[in-house]
Design a protein. Structure first.
Length: 454
């Protein structure tokens, strides 16, 4: 188990670092580092303290270490002692409001940064304007004692990508920041980019171990493709390749007895609709007018488990921990609202725990199946997607035969499931692990960079 040490600052100008003897034993340490800054100091064993590292005020200023009472991890490589990690959380959409610097997202970020002490890291928010490239520093936004504070720190050990949407991700100046910090400064950058549904499906399809979880999916090419899939499955889903939150999803159902087509969707007024059409061509002409069909995906319909006659699916979160291992950090059931094409809360769906809707025996069986599937999918995705992935949100279904199906994988999963009162522990765990992964990445970047940047 890694050990953490409180950083104690004393009011003198000595270039001496007092350490617990166990840290410096059999080592020839000559430098101390915090984030991207380091310089030469003398190391001496602390005469009577084994749980803290004592530095002078002058060393603190040179390293620009925030004077906050947090126990940090230490890493030694060659002749340098690294303290940290210093974790930069990159985002956009900052406001001028001191109490709400990220608008509606402020609450999430305040909860995330409040875990600095728990995790043993200095995490802070920053955007493109906060970077001083000449000085190699960032004016970071910290959350401490229930207040937001600006502090200047070095470039971080790792960066956690929390850009809010695809639009911000495509802004050229933000892309340049990401490129420069990764290539010029070799800073590990985790959770880059939003997943493309079709690309994820194609990557997973290359691995036979997870093929059984994948519903048949194709880019929209013609009505004949949909007709073929309807004859096989009875219903299909039409969804945007780059959609999220259930927006733009349509269910098309074919009734072979009446030779009629039904379309279930949510209209622009957010009203759930079910319309009947005599032909597929008329359905598309009416429902999909002015929609770019080349950006749509056609997916096999699944006959899901139902609760009170409403379809139920599952959100499963996975996170990498501070040792780089995948963990299932949250599982919730989502029950579709009346007449809704999806189980999303915004479409009238409701969130429950598995124990609320299943017997203990069913709950145990489904939890085990969902856990195994999510961990296996996480490992395969990690191997087949570029960049460093630290968390994934899966939308999984279970059909009437007990088989697991993957509907979506999200690199930046929403957090609506945590509004349920019995999901507070999962809420805490997902936030904790998303920062704890930075400890592993920091250690890897220092000790095994060839593994991280291969």
């Amino acid at each position: 188990m890694r050990k953490r040490y409180l950083i104690e600052i004393v009011q003198n100008d000595q270039q001496i670092v007092f350490c617990p003897p166990s840290i410096i034993q059999n080592k020839q340490l000559t430098r101390i580092a915090f984030g991207s800054k380091s310089f030469e100091v003398e190391f001496l064993p602390h005469p009577d303290k084994n749980n803290c590292i004592v530095i002078s005020r002058d060393i603190q200023k040179q390293l620009t270490i925030p004077n906050l009472p947090i126990s940090l991890h230490v890493f030694t490589d060659q002749q340098t002692l690294y303290i940290g990690p210093l974790v930069g959380i990159f985002t956009s959409g900052f406001t001028q409001e001191q109490e709400q610097p990220l608008g509606e997202r402020t609450e999430f970020f305040s909860k995330l940064l409040s875990l600095n002490k728990t995790v043993g890291a200095f995490a802070f928010l920053f955007g493109e304007p906060d970077i001083d490239w000449e000085q190699g520093t960032i004016e970071g936004l910290f959350f401490h004692d229930n207040a937001w504070k600006r502090m200047v720190v070095p470039f971080p050990n790792v960066i956690y990508d929390r850009l809010p949407n695809r639009r911000s991700e495509s802004i050229p100046k933000l892309q340049r920041v990401k490129e420069r910090l990764q290539t010029e400064y070799l800073i590990p950058w985790y959770n880059p980019g939003f997943f493309n549904k079709l690309e994820i499906y194609e990557r997973l399809h290359q691995d036979a171990s997870v093929e059984r979880y994948l519903p048949e999916s194709h880019p929209f090419t013609s009505f004949s493709l949909i007709e073929t899939m309807l004859s096989k499955y009875g219903h299909v889903y039409i969804k945007p390749k780059n959609g999220s939150l259930g927006l733009g999803i349509h269910q098309i159902i074919y009734d072979k007895h009446s030779d009629e087509y039904y379309c279930r969707y949510q209209d622009q007024e957010e009203i759930n609709r079910l319309r009947k059409f005599p032909s597929l061509e008329l359905l598309f002409k009416w429902v999909f007018a002015n929609r770019p069909l080349e950006n749509m995906l056609v997916q096999q319909g699944i006959h899901l488990l139902r609760i009170d006659k409403q379809a139920v699916d599952f959100r499963v979160h996975t996170n990498k921990d501070d040792f780089g291992n995948w963990q299932v950090s949250a599982i919730a059931a989502k029950i579709a609202g009346p007449g809704s094409v999806t189980t999303h809360k915004r479409n009238g769906g409701r969130i429950t725990t598995l124990s609320e809707i299943f017997s203990q025996e069913e709950c145990d069986v489904y939890t085990e199946k969902l856990t195994q599937a999510a961990l296996q999918l996480s490992k395969v995705l990690e191997e087949n997607i570029e960049g460093i992935i630290g968390e994934i949100g899966f939308d999984l279904g279970i059909d009437r035969n007990g088989e697991i199906w993957l509907f979506e994988a999200n690199s930046k999963p929403g957090r609506s499931i945590f509004s349920h009162p019995d999901m507070k522990h999962f809420d805490f765990l997902t936030r904790k692990l998303s920062l704890a992964f930075a400890i592993f990445l920091t250690e890897q970047s220092l000790l095994h960079p060839e593994e991280l940047f291969k």
